[in-house]
Structures are given as C-alpha cells and as structure tokens.
Design a binder for this molecule. Structure first.
Ligand code: XIL
Length: 431
C-alpha cells in the first residue's frame, strides 16, 4: 500500500468530511503521489486563457518545458549558452509553486548543427557532452525537481540507438552524462527517459539494463521516466503497466510517466474519446498501484498545443482537454481513478463561476463531483468506474444529467436545472 497523506485536497466550498479533490494534482497528492503535471512550451504562454489553466495548481503541481531546455535552445553555438526561454518556464514554475521537471540533457534530436556535423573523437565529444551538462545543470541548480539526463538512447528493438553519442563514445556516454549531472546539482533527481518501455518487452528490458549500467559504473540514477505516448486501442491494461513499472522499481529507482498522451485518428469519435478515458485512467491507476511511482505528466493539457498532429499524420486529440479548453472524458476518467469523483448527496460545492462562459467553464467544472463511483481495484476495467447515472429519475444537485455517452436520466430534482458545462458533462445545479 502506498503511503496515504491526510487528504488536504478539498474542493472549495465542499463539506470537509468529503475530501473532494478539486483537480488532478490535488487528487493525486491525496492518493500519495508527489504531483500531477503538464508539459508546456514558450509560444503558447502568450495565450492568457491557456496560462490561467496551466497555473491552476489544483490540476497541475508540476510543469515541464517541452522544448526550451533542449540542446538546440540552450547551446545553439558551441559554448554559447542561452537560458532565456528555459528561464521563462522555470520562473513560471517557481512563481506558481509548481515542481519543475527539467527536460533534457542528452538526446539524438534537436541538436544544433555544430554538434551533428562536427568531426569528433571519443575524447572531444565527451568534453562537449560534459561541458553542456555542467553548464545547463549548474544554471538550473536548485530549480529542477528532476532532470531527464539521457533521453531515448534505445531503438525500438532494444538495441542502442545509433546516435552521434553512441557512435562516437559508445554506451559509456550514458554513465558519463549521469555523473556530470550529479556533480552539477547533487539534489536533482536524475532520470533515464524513453518511450515504448511502458510494457514488458525487449525495449523495457534494455532500459532496465541501462539502469544497471549506470549503477555499475558508480554513477547515480534516481528514476526512470516512461514517456507514455499511447494510442487509443493500444494502451496496455492497468495490471500490465503496473507490473512493468515494478520491474524498474525492483532495481531501486523511482518511476514516473513523463509525457503522457493518448492519440487517436482524427476526427475524434465519441467511442474513441471513451476509450481514451479508459487509457488515461489505466495509466494513472498503474502509477497508483506502484509504490515508487512519483507522478504523472501529460504532454501538454490541451489538444490546441499538442505535438501529436504535427508528428503523427492523421492523429490528434491526444490530451485530456480539447482545442477549446473543454475537459474531455479523459479528465473525468482520471479523476475517477484518483478517487476524486465520488461524492455523497450532501456535497455542497460553491459554484462561483456558474455564469462562466464556455472558455472558462473548466474552472468550475474542475470542482464538479460526479455520481457515486467506487474506487477501482487494480483488476477492474475503466468501464467499471466511469461515472454512472444515478438510478433515480430525478437527479440530485451536482450529479451528472447529460453529456456525450451519458445514458441516464436527464431530469433534475425540483429546483435544479441541467446545466451543460461542456459537450461531455451536464450537471444538475440550482436553477
Ligand atoms: C517534442 C515537442 O513537444 C515538440 O514541440 C518538438 O517539435 C519535438 O519534441 N519525446 C520527448 C519530447 O522526449 O522531448 C518530445 O517533445 C516528444 C517525444
């Protein structure tokens, strides 16, 4: 059983005994995780509706810069460091009291030309690698909860990726990078981060070998980041995700889902949005099932700024909020698995923004209790814990009365009206 802190995550105005979490982060913390967070990126920070939600610490207790700490941003010319953009995100995290996951130090992508087209020897490239890590990690010293030190060192079959690092230095570049990062900020948690290591298989095994390699070289590694870029219909069941997490934890490291999103063919269909909700819930559930899973980061919270459509042609809709910042079923699915969607009829949530326009409806919807849901056990399927309509035809205050795929009564008890917060969620509130 994971340690359960006293639930402090009460929705504003909710009766104290109900421990109704107001958002994903609060609910995650109440369940013993360290954080629930989101990636962000500099260009979208000019959108104030976007930043308002990014700063909503009930949902996000952690942020990750999606691009601005990468090599091309931080050392565009050799030994000329630029931290302006990365600092914007680091400062935002500090101002909001959010943890910062720093991302990343060594990767085969987003490298400037001077690195990829230089003619290096093992010795000269090792010097370049150490110099980069030392400068960047020192600059952010004390600000990063964690650093993704090495990103995606593995090919899909579990062999080493044929990157400039591997070709020039060999696998030793990995422990060298961890050693340099530890020297520059001993307090930061140091992670190996990769994708397609979320289920048991050759690549997950190879990532476990990387943990052992780093440790056997005498360097420090604190955690493994499982990116979690999933596809609807291809997300493993909760118990398989959890047992794979445990195989890393057995090597005495923390684990985290660091870049979670669940893409689907576009346009999105109601059925796929429900499947997506199940996928998100299973990933969050697997983290809850694993004692040293510290947190979950989504790779941005809105479809508007998701990397998916630009990268996977024909796919999109991968985030828990849609392009107009409305919550999708994935949000409710995660809240349910976090145990935050259950409420008794006596809950009284202060809807201070009942007159909110569609663009800000998420602020009030985030405090929304849904109908009675029991906390799922690891073996239950997500369908078991999606909001179920109450049996009575006359729905009580704050319970669901409509929305995509909702099959229950739409008739609210006397004095209440069924309010459409977003396409997925209609709720009985005071007339
Ligand atoms: C992505 C960013 O989100 C995009 O904006 C950028 O164009 C490419 O990189 N794995 C990672 C992340 O570790 O750094 C990637 O981020 C997504 C895949």
């Amino acid at each position: 059983m994971r340690f359960q802190p006293i639930a402090t995550a009460l929705a504003v105005g909710a009766s104290a005994h109900l421990a109704q979490a107001a958002g994903l982060h609060d609910a995650a913390v109440a369940k013993g995780l360290l954080y629930f967070g989101s990636a962000t990126d500099n260009p979208e920070l000019s959108n104030t509706a976007y930043t308002t939600q990014l700063k909503n610490t009930a949902d996000f207790g952690q942020i990750t810069p999606g691009n601005s700490q990468k090599w091309d941003a931080t050392e565009p010319s050799q030994n000329q460091f630029s931290f302006t953009k990365g600092d914007v995100v680091a400062d935002l995290a500090a101002a909001n009291g959010q943890k910062l996951r720093c991302h990343n130090l060594v990767w085969h992508q987003q490298l400037p030309n001077w690195v990829t087209s230089g003619s290096w020897t093992n010795e000269t490239l090792t010097t370049v690698l150490k110099n980069h890590i030392t400068n960047v990690v020192q600059h952010y010293k004390g600000k990063c909860y964690a650093w993704d030190v090495v990103n995606e060192a593995l090919a899909d079959d579990g062999s080493y990726r044929d990157s400039i690092w591997y070709k020039t230095i060999g696998e030793a570049y990995i422990p060298i990078a961890f050693e340099a990062a530890a020297a520059a900020d001993p307090a930061a948690k140091l992670y190996y981060n990769d994708y397609s290591i979320e289920w048991a298989g050759a690549k997950s095994k190879a990532a476990q070998k990387i943990v052992q390699l780093i440790k056997s070289a005498g360097a420090k590694i604190d955690g493994v980041g499982l990116q979690g870029h999933f596809i609807v219909d291809q997300t493993p069941p909760r118990k398989d995700l959890a047992s794979n997490l445990q195989s890393f934890v057995d090597l005495d490291v923390d684990v985290a889902y660091t870049e979670l999103d669940v893409r689907m063919k576009t346009p999105a269909t109601p059925a796929n949005l429900q499947k997506q909700s199940t996928s998100f819930a299973n990933v969050v559930g697997a983290c809850l099932d694993t004692k040293r899973c510290v947190g979950i980061t989504i790779w941005d919270w809105t479809d508007k700024y998701s990397w998916v459509p630009n990268t996977f042609s024909g796919y999109g809709a991968a985030c828990p909020w849609d392009e107009t910042f409305q919550k999708k079923p994935a949000y409710q699915g995660m809240m349910a698995v976090l145990g935050a969607a259950s409420a008794s009829a006596s809950v009284s949530v202060a809807f201070t923004s009942a007159s909110a326009s569609a663009s800000v409806a998420f602020t009030s919807a985030s405090a929304t209790p849904t109908s009675a849901i029991s906390t799922p056990t690891p073996s239950s399927s997500a369908a078991d814990f999606l909001p179920q309509p109450s049996a009575a035809a006359h729905i009580k205050a704050y319970f669901q009365c409509g929305g995509l795929n909702y099959k229950g009564s739409t008739s609210c008890a006397s004095g209440l009206v069924c309010k459409k917060w977003n396409p997925y969620y209609h709720q009985c509130i005071q007339a």
